[in-house]
Design a protein around this ligand. Structure first.
Ligand code: GAR
Length: 219
């Protein structure tokens, strides 16, 4: 088995451009990076991130939410692919679907998200517009463990970015994105090398007991 084959296997879930995916792919090329990007899952067939994955020789699965009657059957398909590819960690990288509490709890402590604000400020969509409207002088980005509440969960790392007097959404987004590309590979490296541990709460423990056999390796 190659050295890369021994590393924890990571799936990156995308819906769009995939520039954060690219930063993870680039970081994982380093021989001493502690994780392998083993699967890219997109819920959008035209997402540019798929091309990035193809170029890097990473398997891609397109699972469109539109093909499923409800969130849980969509997530069952996601779970099946994650199990098929023996995925141990999941990175949400511009994945614009809300996941159910059961799915999130199943991956508790193993699923990261990146969000383009200094959480807990400015959750949800139109984040940069929210920051500009609020008149903050500093914004930034956050990598956090995913918990059932949207854009919540234990914060792993943040980067601050000044808001300039003549900023618009596009300029602010661009400067924040550059910081996202710096902190996401760092956060994944910490997680995949076992440096981040969070105890399960009761509901998470119950969800694992009910559904844990669905993921591989089982919990
Ligand atoms: C990134 O800015 C990411 O933080 C944001 O979507 C963008 C995806 O860009 N995610 C969210 O807003 C999630 N709440 P990318 O596809 O180029 O990585």
């Amino acid at each position: 088995m190659s050295a890369a084959g021994n590393k924890p296997r990571v799936a990156v879930l995308i819906s769009g451009s995939g520039s954060n995916l690219q930063s993870l792919i680039d970081a994982a090329h380093a021989p001493n990076y502690p994780a392998e990007i083993a699967l890219v899952l997109s819920n959008v067939a035209t997402a540019y991130g798929i091309e990035r994955a193809n170029k890097a020789g990473i398997p891609v699965k397109v699972i469109s939410h539109n093909d499923f009657a409800d969130r849980s059957s969509f997530e069952a398909a996601l779970a099946a692919s994650l199990a098929e590819f023996k995925i141990e960690y999941v990175c949400l990288a511009g994945f614009m679907r809300i996941l159910t509490a059961d799915f999130v709890r199943l991956w508790a402590g193993r699923m990261l998200n990146i969000h383009p604000s200094l959480l807990p400020a400015f959750k949800g969509r139109n984040v940069h517009a929210q920051a500009l409207a609020a008149g903050v002088t500093i914004s930034g980005c956050t990598v956090h463990l995913v918990t059932p509440e949207l854009d919540d969960g234990p914060i792993i790392v943040q980067a601050a970015v000044p808001v300039l007097p003549d900023d618009d959404e596009a300029h602010l987004a661009k400067r924040i994105l550059a910081e996202e590309h710096r902190i996401y590979p760092q956060a994944l490296a910490w997680l995949a090398s076992g440096r981040i541990n969070v105890a399960d709460d009761d509901k998470t423990a119950q969800a694992r007991a009910r559904l844990g056999s669905l993921i591989n390796p089982p919990v």
